[in-house]
Write a protein that binds this ligand. Structure first.
Ligand code: AR6
Length: 173
């Protein structure tokens, strides 16, 4: 089956999907932005489970339950902090998307929603980050048709517009 790709504007914590992705930090112990929103909506049990994970290296991903969220799972990944593009940021960001998708398939998850990883506090240039998100996702689904739907969630208009433009440029529906 062909994997469907959707772009929406939403608060990711409200989505009724099997898994939402958290743009976390290396500690996995919460923070601001989407991470803060996810922990608030999931409740304190999420932090309890995260404490058992011993953090997460940049570019990798770990899975927990979703607790009070409508989503059954949270896949926590750690995007790179933008440092001018000289610190392997592009590879690390691509690796975040790839690792999350792999973890989803391994857990038989059929639909997953991503925030714009590294596009907030970590200051990754939006255009490049959105291109990497889409390209790494398209590469992944070339090799795996296990996922039914992948949703790119924007919280602000500029990210949403860039996603729509990038999608058109990459030429897929
Ligand atoms: N739903 C969807 N997207 C959101 C939401 C939401 N509820 N809230 C924010 N965004 P950021 P990063 C968007 O800063 O850059 C945390 O403190 C936001 O508009 O959350 O990867 C962590 O603990 C932006 O486009 O994540 C780390 O320390 C995108 O999510 C650090 O921030 C990512 O912004 C990670 O920074």
């Amino acid at each position: 089956m062909k994997t469907q790709i959707e772009m929406i504007r939403a608060d990711i914590t409200t989505l009724e999907v099997e898994a939402i992705v958290n743009a976390a930090n290396n500690s996995l112990l919460g923070g601001g932005g989407v991470d803060g929103a996810i922990h608030r909506a999931a409740g304190p049990e999420l932090l309890e489970e995260c404490r058992l994970l011993n953090g997460c290296p940049t570019g990798e991903a770990k899975i927990t339950k979703g607790y009070q969220l409508p989503a059954k799972y949270v896949i926590h990944t750690v995007g790179p902090i933008w440092q001018g593009g000289t610190q392997n940021e592009a590879e690390l960001l691509a690796s975040c998307y790839f690792s999350c998708l792999l973890l989803a398939v391994e857990n038989k998850i059929k639909n997953i929603a991503f925030p714009a990883i590294s596009c907030g506090v970590y200051e990754y240039p939006l255009q490049e980050a959105c291109n990497i998100a889409l390209e790494s996702t398209l590469n992944f689904i070339k090799g795996s048709d296990d996922l039914e739907k992948i949703i790119f969630v924007s919280f602000n208009n500029s990210v949403y517009q860039i996603y729509l433009d990038a999608r058109q440029k990459l030429g897929f529906e």
